[in-house]
Write a protein that binds this ligand. Structure first.
Ligand SMILES: NC(=O)c1ccc[n+]([C@@H]2O[C@H](COP(=O)([O-])OP(=O)(O)OC[C@H]3O[C@@H](n4cnc5c(N)ncnc54)[C@H](O)[C@@H]3O)[C@@H](O)[C@H]2O)c1
Ligand SMILES: [Zn+2]
Length: 378
């Protein structure tokens, strides 16, 4: 059996461990009990995950003496709303959850963000455990404490920072995940490699066949490597505070903003394509290509690194071109990105594998040329 890995997210009194292993769900209850969580836990899962994984999760908690309740939400981004949160508050009250209770998010990023938002706000905050079941959630969404619901005018506009007490990544749960969802998660792994570690990036590039074949050791290394990079960034800047660009990107990244690599365009692509038309990870893949091409145009990044990046994404069955969306709409959508600070958009650009820079002076013409070259329609 493949050995379990543990990554500590160092945030002072809010520190917690991320466990990454194969078939570790049965041990979750014991780990929760050791942290003094419970005695009552509400497990939140979506309809695609509840049947296959909630019974095992519940029995793991029972084995450690915890009482559980299960609430099932409809799958998909549509559940991540204030209305969806209200339904969960009702479930919390119906089950008699009090301030000593705990909410367990069993699912992808949608369930993690929604259940985490409810945990941050129900009775001014209760304990919260992440049991991510998608690759995207295991390597990205479950770590870092950003929780949110969507507003009709934009994604993740209503949210909080609320760190989980424990993150439990059982890579065995990824077996039931559709291949396209797995591929979408790989885009974030590529992102983590480029912004944080040449070694990890090389691992992702060289082992994509084993990863796509779901080899346990490869999956554990993948998730643990990504979580380590994200944990280091989050530990340096828990709440994404403003940092001067030079200080933020020199050497080791010192600002959480670097996690936004590829995301300014990704968010615009998702908005213009219509939410749901492109998976988030697919949009991120296209965004990474664009960031690379912008960096290339500025002499920051080499043609060989760009070719490697595009080949890697393609080998992972991710898109690298813009599917015929109008340039003007993309540019407009990028201007309203919520990450703009004082109206200035910051682009995270790769400098070499494992290192990025934050640039505030990207001109609209530069961007337009890159997007047109990638297939945006005039
Ligand atoms: N908080 C953060 O830091 C952060 C970071 C990145 C993304 N996000 C959020 O995450 C969300 C996207 O997450 P996601 O890609 O995991 O989407 P998701 O939660 O919608 O899951 C994708 C699909 O896979 C299904 N699924 C989940 N686990 C499964 C399993 N083991 N087997 C079979 N099917 C399974 C789900 O039902 C869903 O249909 C977005 O709302 C995004 O805003 C948050
Ligand atoms: Zn992302």
């Amino acid at each position: 059996v493949a050995a379990t890995q543990r990554v500590r997210v160092r945030l002072g009194p809010r520190s917690y461990d991320v466990h990454i292993g194969w078939e570790i769900l049965p041990e979750l209850g014991r780990a929760m009990a050791a942290l003094g969580l419970g005695p009552r836990a509400l497990i939140v899962a979506d309809g695609n995950v509840a049947d296959s994984h909630a019974p095992l999760c519940a029995s793991a908690l029972h084995a450690a003496g915890l009482q559980t309740h299960l609430v099932v939400v409809p799958p998909g981004e549509g559940s991540k709303t204030l209305r969806g949160a209200e339904r969960l508050y009702d479930a919390c009250l119906d089950c008699g959850l009090d301030r000593s209770s705990c909410i367990v998010a069993l699912g992808g990023g949608v369930v993690g963000d929604l259940a985490g938002f409810v945990a941050a706000t129900y009775m001014r905050g209760v304990d919260f455990v992440q049991v991510p079941t998608t690759l995207l959630a295991q390597i990205d969404a479950s770590v870092g404490g950003k929780v949110a619901v969507d507003h009709p005018r934009g994604k993740n506009l209503i949210g909080a920072f609320h760190q989980p007490r424990l993150v439990w990544c059982d890579v065995r749960l990824l077996h039931t995940l559709p291949a396209a969802e797995f591929a979408a998660g790989m885009a974030e792994a590529v992102k983590h490699g480029i912004l944080g570690s040449p070694r990890y990036y090389a691992f992702v590039r060289r082992h994509h066949a084993e990863l796509l074949a779901h080899r346990p050791e490869a999956l554990i290394r993948l998730v643990a490597g990504s979580v380590r990079i994200k944990a280091a960034v989050v530990a340096a800047d828990e709440r994404e505070r403003w940092v001067p660009p030079a200080a933020a990107s020199q050497g080791r990244p010192r600002s959480r903003m670097v996690l936004n690599l590829g995301h300014t365009l990704a968010h615009a692509l998702e908005a213009v394509a219509g939410f749901g038309a492109l998976r988030h990870g697919e949009a991120v893949a296209i965004g990474l290509v664009a960031a690379g091409r912008l960096a290339l145009g500025r002499g920051l990044w080499s043609p060989r690194w760009q070719a490697e990046l595009e080949q890697t994404l393609q080998a992972l069955r991710l898109p690298v071109r813009i599917p015929g969306l109008p340039l003007a709409e993309l540019l407009a959508a990028m201007r309203v990105d919520k990450k703009a600070v004082g109206g200035v958009l910051r682009y995270i650009l790769p400098v070499r594998p494992g290192e990025v820079a934050i640039c505030e002076d990207v001109r609209p013409e530069e961007l337009a040329a890159v997007l047109t070259g990638m297939g945006a329609a005039a």
